[in-house]
Design a protein around this ligand. Structure first.
Ligand code: 13P
Length: 252
């Protein structure tokens, strides 16, 4: 059985002081919730402070990005071993990085493979744009993102991957997908694409989250679906009560 995983993507929000205070409030409430893997993904400058706060809890820490090279002249980038110093997880290929920072399926692939070398758990984001959705290309898009993004990934490590299905039109819009629609994309396209790469058994073990305007109010709808194994949460992860309610709804 797949253990659900709920991750908060704080995006470019919170100074170190603010992050410390949010993580403190969250950890007090989240630590009581069992049966779900819990992850906070603050911005880079806050990782050290938040990692100290989460010591001794069962709440994991994730970064929002990494570079695939080990070190060198890559101004402004953060190497996988630097992420692995503090984090167990790393978000890769978020649609905002694809849209604003030129990330492609190829760079996503390099990042995923680099993360695995350092035993990080990558949370790989896929999802179609509004235009792609309306023109009936959702399946084609997510299948391509999976097959190129995860090409040549070590099959022995594939079961530990986490996929986040985040339709771009649902991110930050307040217009979430329905549980049923999101589940259908996972069942018809994402898990079959994973099975093509790694075999049916491994594909069954890989956790797939839904992301896009998840709130404390609509979370139950997603977690009631058989294919959805948790959520990647943006805006609502900055609100203690909302994020706690989402996490509670995911707990099995
Ligand atoms: P929102 O929850 O704010 O829609 O963001 C989703 C997201 O992009 C998480 O990575």
């Amino acid at each position: 059985m797949r253990i659900p995983i709920v991750a908060g993507n704080w995006k470019m929000n919170k100074t170190v002081e603010e992050a410390r205070s949010l993580a403190f409030e969250l950890s007090r409430k989240l630590r009581e919730i069992e049966g779900v893997e819990k992850v906070l993904c603050p911005p880079f400058p806050a990782l050290l402070a938040v990692s100290a706060l989460l010591q001794g809890t069962d709440i994991g820490l994730g970064a929002q990005n990494l570079h695939w090279e080990e070190k060198g002249a890559f101004t402004g980038e953060v190497a996988p071993n630097m992420v692995a110093e503090f984090c167990k997880y790393v978000i890769i290929g978020h649609s905002e990085r694809r849209a604003y920072f030129g990330e492609t399926d190829e760079t996503v692939n390099k990042k995923v493979r680099a993360a695995l070398v350092h035993d990080l758990t990558p949370i790989i984001c896929v999802g179609e744009s509004l235009d792609e959705n309306e023109s009936g290309r959702t399946g084609e898009v997510v299948r391509r993102q999976i097959s190129l993004g995860l090409a040549d990934v070590n099959p022995a490590k594939a079961a530990g991957l986490v996929i986040a299905y985040e339709p771009v039109w649902a991110i930050g819009t307040g217009r979430a997908s329905s549980g049923e629609n999101a589940n259908a994309v996972l069942a018809d396209h994402i898990r079959p694409a994973l099975a093509d790469l790694f075999g049916a058994e491994t594909a069954q073990a890989i956790r797939i989250q839904y992301g896009g305007s998840v709130t404390g109010a609509n979370a139950v709808e997603f977690f009631g679906q058989p294919e959805i194994d948790g959520a990647l949460v943006g805006g609502a992860s900055l609100k203690v009560d909302d994020f706690v309610a989402i996490t509670q709804a995911a707990a099995k």
